[in-house]
Design a protein around this ligand. Structure first.
Ligand SMILES: Cc1cc2nc3c(=O)[nH]c(=O)nc-3n(C[C@H](O)[C@H](O)[C@H](O)COP(=O)(O)OP(=O)(O)OC[C@H]3O[C@@H](n4cnc5c(N)ncnc54)[C@H](O)[C@@H]3O)c2cc1C
Length: 369
């Protein structure tokens, strides 16, 4: 089978769908190709579901700009598409003098990047919001919240179809090659049936497989300097007897490649602790029960009444990190190589990619739409 379409998006995670949505507002036939049985089954459904405020990253980075823009777009989307969300607010807490200095620096930085609504609270003020909390200083971010990720993904799929686009499951992109006036995307579905899509525009939003897809498109070493370091984050559910918390999202200071083991309460009211950060070689989503002790220790720094027996293994997700255990900052990569006109590769779209998704979609559509 061979078909001509206006754009092909590889991957039906929240980022690929947001790109397809934005493109479908300008183009007639946008097709999302997804190898899995449904949308958002990799990174997009294995995260904290937090709508971030964009306060941790360097001033002029894509992470900052797209997170701040994405935060606004996402709340608007939730309102207009009836996606459940809560503007819970978030407390980042300092539990040692060293942390207090770091938190003051984060507060100053947040102001610089334009997050003017943040407020430093004393420990006593923070405890008025969350009585079980132990901290000397806290930073309150009122524009942080949580979203029902599954409903968000379903709403994006609905809108793409309504605009005339399609989302095709059980189908992998096997090769991408140049044609006389564009590109040919070669796919194989789970029955072994092959097809070719002819197009002028391709978005590689393959998450953990983005570099594989880039290689399939012929992007060679010199033009593809990136490497992905999968970094697993596990979650434990807070069960009966766990110290009560109100609505807030409770975060320590960022550490070890993640934002620190935090406490979130999702839309249904379920509370969990996580994620930690563990660099891995294989994709294995099982959660190691024996880590409950470590988790309790991490959370007890700010919620002292937590015990390992309050925690049960829940789920895990894997971050497509562009830096390894040595750390350092790496920005989102939105690459449109000169050698591949009409093609965009999205690489290293870890947190805050969920928050930034609609802003990434708008950016991609501006470049190739
Ligand atoms: C533990 C954890 C916590 C996080 N917490 C937050 C948070 O609270 N807030 C926030 O803003 N962000 C958070 N993030 C980041 C956010 O979840 C991601 O940035 C976002 O979900 C990435 O979406 P994606 O569409 O790029 O990737 P994915 O959702 O992984 O989608 C990629 C898709 O491509 C498909 N695919 C791959 N190769 C092919 C192929 N060859 N052919 C067809 N299909 C293919 C895959 O099957 C997959 O469905 C977190 C991430 C993790 C791991």
């Amino acid at each position: 089978m061979s078909e001509q379409v206006d754009a092909v998006v590889v991957g039906a995670g929240v980022v690929g769908l947001a790109c397809a949505y934005a493109l479908s507002q300008k183009l007639d036939s946008v097709v999302v190709i997804e190898r899995d049985v449904g949308p958002g089954r990799e990174i997009s459904s294995r995260n904290s579901g937090v709508i971030h405020a964009g306060i941790y990253y360097p001033n002029d980075s894509l992470k900052t700009r797209l997170c701040i823009e994405g935060n606004r777009r996402l709340y608007e989307w939730c309102e207009t598409h009836e996606v459940p969300y809560k503007r819970t607010g978030k407390l980042i807490v300092a539990t040692s003098p060293h942390d207090e200095e770091r938190l003051q620096a984060i507060a100053r930085h947040a102001k610089e990047v334009g997050a003017a609504d943040l407020q430093l609270l004393t420990g006593a003020e923070a405890r008025q919001q969350e009585p079980e909390l132990r901290c000397a200083l806290a930073l309150h971010s009122p524009s942080s919240g949580v979203v029902d990720v599954h409903e968000l993904i379903a709403s994006l799929v609905r809108e793409i179809k309504e605009a005339g686009g399609a989302v095709v499951y059980h189908t992998g992109v096997e090769a991408i090659r140049k044609s006389r006036d564009g590109w040919i995307v070669q796919t194989t579905d789970t029955t072994g049936s092959e097809a070719e899509l002819h197009t002028k525009r391709i978005v590689n939003a393959a998450g953990l497989s983005a570099l594989d897809v880039a290689a399939k498109s012929g992007l060679r070493d010199g033009q593809c300097p990136w490497r992905l370091y999968p970094c697993k984050g596990s979650y434990f559910a807070l069960g009966p007897g766990a110290p009560p918390t109100r609505n807030s999202l409770l975060y320590p200071l960022p550490e070890g490649g993640g934002l620190g083991v935090h406490i979130t309460t999702d839309i249904s009211g379920a509370r969990r602790a996580g994620p930690d950060a563990e660099f891995v070689d294989v994709i294995d989503y099982s959660v190691d029960e024996s880590r409950a002790e470590q988790f309790a220790e991490a959370v007890a720094r700010y919620l002292p009444a937590i015990r390992p027996e309050h925690l049960t293994p829940d789920y895990s997700g894997i971050r497509p990190k562009l830096v390894g255990p040595a750390g350092g900052f790496a920005d989102f990569v939105i690459a449109d190589p000169a050698s591949q006109p009409g093609v965009i590769h999205l690489i290293g779209i870890e947190s805050p990619g969920l928050t930034a998704s609609l802003a990434i979609g708008a950016r991609v559509s501006d470049v190739i739409g």
